[in-house]
Write a protein that binds this ligand. Structure first.
Ligand code: C2E
Ligand code: MG
Ligand code: MG
Length: 631
């Protein structure tokens, strides 16, 4: 048994109460044993011995009282009394022939149970010394060398009593050890359970119970090792829900969570036991398929996934349709380690998003090359900011009924000293992804307002200017300040500024956007929906937002003369715009025939190569002056 703790630290000894109880039991046991022996001695008229034993009982009772407050002192007192009492008793009677000698081991056992190591060692030394003294007493004749007392029943009785007390001590020690072991077992089990719990929390997504990124990476490592061994393929798929934010915003977070759980279940049911579906974040999932013989198997799995996801989910009694963009990287072709494969699948997923969502893309190495190019362009764009490389060109907008120029769309141009002209379709998305769009967008607003005000001051008439604004700009509070600053700095009336935003923006940030548009509209700024007809056509939003104009996408307008469907579509958009009280602008007007069709359909405004492409500021001024001069 461990030595008693005299540790100075504050943590309480968990076994203290049990040890105290044991000490009390031992003291009562010893008191009882001595009382019995006193009885025997009194019967033998050995009064001196009985008196000594009575004194020992007194000391034991004192220890019993002491243990409540001073446990260790009580132990020391007991040990010392027993040693002294036994020593004197033995010396007084028959020395080493006395049966009380047998009590010495019990005394050592007691010290081992309750005392410190120092006490035990001290007692061993004292017992050995007592034995030596007794031996010397025998040798010197002070004690008889042969026992004089005849053998009678008292001797085995006392020996039996000592043995019984010793046996009970041993029994107590064993019981205590067992209890401690049991307690340790229980603590170990509890510890293992909480370890398992922590592991679950660290490796699983709490909403869907799917593995999280850490566990998924582990599983992928395992699948890759297996695939290397048996020459099979592993597919790593990044899946991102396209319209989750809209659903979350319109139905609420609880419904959004319910939908994510259903999607998780569906995905899980589409794959085999040995495959993995993990949730990486929000609406982003990772699917790992191992042991694939060829690419056909992957395509079959993708077809199955998209088919199952394409079926309506029931959320709070509403049928919800989800679509997803999937990016797929295949090992060993697209990489042989987890990080590379995850990166490539992620890139492929963004390609699927760029391709209009609700589709999938396999990784191909050109994506990597594009990424490197994008990094170069981002750096180049950063240094182009505030330089001559960036400029605005203006494309005239014509009022179709009168043929007058009523304004212009500001289109950003970038002439890189090395790469030449770079299309905004190429660099605007890069500016959006890198965050440069905020600085760039603020500059465009300021410059467009300054130029438009200068046209007015030159007497070109009350021309308006339309500025394209990215979704990313709308997500920042700073947009409204940028607009206010641009108007204030230029002196342009708010009514002359029009913001062009895309349909997808309206879908993504519905609530926030409605408020921003309301405030802008109240300040007089006009709002146009650009590229109308190419986004998710939820027409309901047009009524909820403070919108003034629709710009029919040029892809329909340019087809009008060749394709009766396109013509029908443009007419329908114009009619619908009018029903909602909106003006309609047709972009991409390239010829007189298209213009005639638009006039016939009642379209208010047009812009396109039929009149002019976007022009540098000076050329635009000359164009307007020429146009006005022609009348
Ligand atoms: P958008 O706003 O739809 O601009 C119209 C695009 O159609 C312009 O391309 C314009 O040059 C082109 N276009 C105009 N008339 C015709 C025509 O008759 N036929 C044909 N085939 N094309 C015509 P651009 O300048 O290359 O701009 C592409 C897109 O880049 C713009 O589409 C707009 O979304 C974005 N963009 C341009 N400038 C900015 C800007 O300052 N900020 C932001 N956020 N986006 C911009
Ligand atoms: Mg535009
Ligand atoms: Mg457009």
């Amino acid at each position: 048994m461990s030595s008693p703790s005299r540790r100075p630290d504050a943590s309480p000894d968990p076994f203290a109460a049990g040890r105290r109880r044991r000490l009390r039991q031992v003291l009562w046991l010893l008191t009882g044993a001595f009382a019995l022996v006193i009885g025997l001695n009194l019967a033998d008229a050995a009064y001196a011995t009985a008196g000594l034993e009575g004194a020992i009982i007194g000391l034991l009772l004192l220890a019993l009282w002491l243990q409540r407050r001073h446990f260790h002192d009580a132990v020391t007192l007991t040990a010392a009394s027993l040693l002294l009492g036994l020593g004197v008793l033995v010396a007084h009677n028959q020395g080493l022939y006395d049966e009380a000698v047998l009590a010495f081991p019990a005394l050592l056992l007691f010290a081992g149970m309750f005392g410190s190591r120092r006490l035990l060692l001290g007692l061993i030394v004292a017992v050995l010394a007592a034995l030596l003294v007794l031996f010397w007493l025998h040798q010197s004749g002070r004690l008889p060398s042969v026992p004089k007392v005849p053998m009678d029943w008292r001797r085995p009785f006392v020996i039996g009593l000592i043995m019984t007390v010793t046996g009970l001590f041993v029994w107590m020690v064993v019981r205590d050890l067992e209890a401690i072991l049991r307690q340790l077992e229980e603590e170990k089990a509890a510890l293992e359970q909480s370890h398992a719990q922590i592991e679950i929390l660290a490796q699983r997504d709490s909403l869907t119970d799917l593995p999280n990124r850490a566990l998924a990476k582990d599983r992928l490592t395992h699948l890759l090792t297996q695939a290397r061994r048996n020459g099979r393929m592993v597919a790593v798929m990044f899946l991102d829900l396209d319209n989750f934010k809209t659903i979350n915003d319109s139905l609420g977070h609880i419904a959004g969570d319910a939908l994510l759980c259903q999607v998780a279940d569906t995905l899980r049911s589409c794959v085999r036991e040995s495959d993995t579906v993990a949730r990486l974040s929000g609406d982003e999932f990772l699917i790992l398929l191992g042991d694939l013989p060829d690419e056909d198997a992957i395509i079959a799995a993708v077809a199955n996934l998209t088919h199952r996801l394409g079926q309506a989910f029931q959320v709070e009694g509403v049928d919800v349709l989800v679509t997803a963009s999937l990016g797929i990287a295949v090992a060993p072709r697209d990489g042989s380690d987890t990080d590379t494969l995850l990166k490539h699948a992620d890139m492929a997923m963004y390609r699927a998003k760029d391709a209009g969502r609700n589709t999938f893309r396999f990784f191909d190495p050109s994506m990597n090359a594009n990424l490197v190019e994008e990094l170069h362009l981002t750096a180049a764009l950063r240094s182009a900011l505030g330089s001559e490389q960036l400029m605005l060109h203006y494309q005239p907008q014509i009022e179709l009924a009168s043929g007058r120029i009523v304004g212009a769309e500001a289109l950003l141009r970038w002439k890189h000293p090395e790469y030449g002209w770079i299309s905004p379709a190429r660099f605007i998305p890069i500016a959006e992804r890198s965050g440069l769009i905020h600085e760039l967008g603020a500059w465009v607003l300021r410059q467009a307002c300054l130029d438009a005000q200068s046209w007015r001051e030159r007497g070109l008439g009350e021309l308006g200017v339309a500025v394209n604004v990215s979704a990313a700009q709308f997500r920042r509070e700073s947009l409204e300040h940028d607009i206010a600053r641009a108007l204030a700095a230029s002196g342009l009336p708010a009514q002359a500024l029009e913001l062009e935003l895309t349909e997808s923006l309206l879908m993504a940030d519905a609530r926030h956007l409605a408020n921003v548009l309301q405030r802008l509209s109240a300040s007089g700024v006009k709002i146009a929906i650009d590229d109308f007809g190419t986004g998710y056509s939820n027409l309901g939003y047009l009524r909820n937002f403070a919108v003034d104009r629709l710009k029919v996408d040029q892809s329909f307008v340019r087809q009008m003369t060749r394709d009766s469907h396109a013509q029908g579509l443009v007419r329908a958009i114009i009619e619908m715009g009018h029903c909602l009280g909106l003006q309609v602008v047709a972009e991409g007007v390239e010829d007189a025939q298209t213009l005639a069709g638009l006039v016939d359909a009642g379209c208010e405004r047009g812009q396109g190569f039929h009149w002019s492409p976007a022009l540098p500021p000076q050329d635009f001024i000359a164009f307007v002056q020429g146009h006005q001069a022609r009348g």
